[in-house]
Design a protein around this ligand. Structure first.
Ligand SMILES: C=C(CC[C@@H](C)[C@H]1CC[C@H]2C3=CC[C@H]4[C@H](C)[C@@H](O)CC[C@]4(C)[C@H]3CC[C@]12C)C(C)C
Ligand code: SAM
Length: 386
């Protein structure tokens, strides 16, 4: 039995006593008003849209035809090996699987999280949105960007960070994402929020970008390069398109020094994180540092932002707090999936996310995983010509 606090039961008794005193007509009136209010609340949760995020009834399979959502999700799930530490079995399919992954989750992310698809440390006295924006704005400062400069957002999602970074710096930001549905959503938000003049969004593979060498004055990747089958490939492409002397910042998903590959519990947590987030495998922070240097970058800073500040709250707290909301969300998605008002299979996608929220919390609590290892790299200046 759940213990009801005394103050709640006393209030309940007072309200029912007052209700009993009403005439039957008054009781009907109160019932009708209560019923309408509840209908309004449920209705607005399900239907109302200010066009900034999808409602429960507007959840789609992104660029995937709704009739194919279940089959695509099943194929995605089958692409992961069952052995410990295996990840995506056929790594040559990674980019295509990641594209499918983002079609399946993008609406759910926007619906239940927002337009920035990343974590942030919770800053004291600041709410979630302010903490998120500060995490994004730090990048503009590290890149030393200013009006007139051109910046690359590598793996831009639906553009939450790009809008902050363009707005605070005045620089022009070009985002690239593998997923067409995200391109459409990002452009929609950029226009709606008045950031279109300082932004552009293209569909493309960050392993082979449609930009000339030495194009950008700065580049960043927020929780995105973890999807690359090999870090050297994406870092090498970023190196190519950056102008000499400019900076690249990445917030990397990596295992920390606390991760022990012989500890079955650690390996399970990481395997679950890989599966629920479309990662081919998990790298160590050391491998990420080395990958940048291998392609020619100078390593300027390497710092785990999850543990860097003793006053900031843990990045996984927001997931921990959302546990009950996730359960309610699951009931809602299962209901609309069951009655055919959402693509069949969306409930399985949502179930995967409920599960991965738990694994991410475990990754954070044990300290074996961080989604925010900051790497600041610099492309060396071109040698002076004689
Ligand atoms: C960088 C990546 C994504 C990071 C996060 C934005 C997402 C990781 C897990 C996601 C979520 C988990 C639980 C969902 C919940 C069950 C649902 O009802 C509402 C959405 C979630 C909160 C969802 C939101 C986004 C995440 C936090 C990866 C992919 C590299
Ligand atoms: C977790 S989201 C982060 C999005 C964004 N950085 C943010 O913080 O809101 C990862 C992004 O990387 C992109 N991505 C993954 N693999 C990619 C690839 N091969 N080429 C281009 N984009 C890719 C996804 O499409 C997605 O937009």
């Amino acid at each position: 039995m759940v213990a009801v606090p005394a103050v709640v039961s006393q209030a309940y008794e007072r309200v029912t006593a007052e209700f009993d005193k009403l005439s039957s007509t008054q009781k009907y009136a109160v019932g009708a008003v209560g019923g309408l209010a509840s209908l309004y609340l449920v209705g607005s949760y399900l239907f109302k849209s200010d066009n900034t995020k999808p409602t429960t009834l507007q959840l789609t399979g992104g660029s995937i035809d709704s009739a194919k959502v279940k089959a695509e999700f099943d194929a995605y799930a089958d692409s992961y090996g069952k052995g410990a530490g295996e990840g995506i079995v056929d790594r040559s399919k990674t980019v295509q699987l990641v594209d499918v992954f983002y079609s399946l989750v993008t609406d759910i992310y926007e619906w239940g999280w927002g337009q920035s698809f990343h974590f942030s440390p919770k800053l004291p006295g600041k709410d979630l949105r302010a903490s998120e924006a500060a995490h994004e704005a730090r990048i503009a400062a590290l890149l030393r960007i200013r009006p007139g400069m051109k910046v690359l957002d590598c793996g831009c999602g639906v553009g939450g960070p790009m809008r902050t970074i363009a707005a605070v710096s005045g620089a022009h930001v070009t985002g690239i994402t593998i997923n067409q549905y995200q391109v459409d959503r990002a452009k929609h938000h950029n226009a709606k929020q008045g950031v279109a003049p300082l932004t552009d969004v293209v569909r493309g593979d960050f392993l082979n970008m449609p930009f000339k060498e030495n194009t950008f004055d700065g580049a960043y990747a927020i929780e995105a390069t973890c999807h690359a089958p090999k870090l050297e490939q994406v870092y090498g492409e970023i190196f190519r398109v950056l102008k000499p002397g400019s900076y690249f910042v990445s917030y990397e998903w990596v295992s920390t020094a606390k991760f022990d590959a012989k500890n079955a519990e650690h390996v399970r947590i990481i395997d679950e994180i890989n599966f629920g987030n479309g990662l081919p495998e998990m790298r160590t922070y050391k491998e990420a540092e080395d990958a940048g240097q291998t392609v020619g970058f100078e390593l300027v800073m390497s710092l785990d932002l999850a543990t860097a500040s003793v006053v900031a709250g843990p990045w996984y707290e927001r997931l921990r707090m959302g546990k009950y909301t996730h359960a309610i969300n699951h009931a809602m998605v299962s209901a609309v999936d069951a009655v055919g008002l959402a693509p069949k299979g969306l409930k399985d996608v949502h179930h995967m996310l409920v599960e991965v929220a738990r694994s991410l919390i475990q990754g954070g609590e044990t300290g074996v995983f961080t989604p925010m290892h900051l790497l600041l790299f610099r492309k060396p200046e071109a040698p002076a010509s004689k």
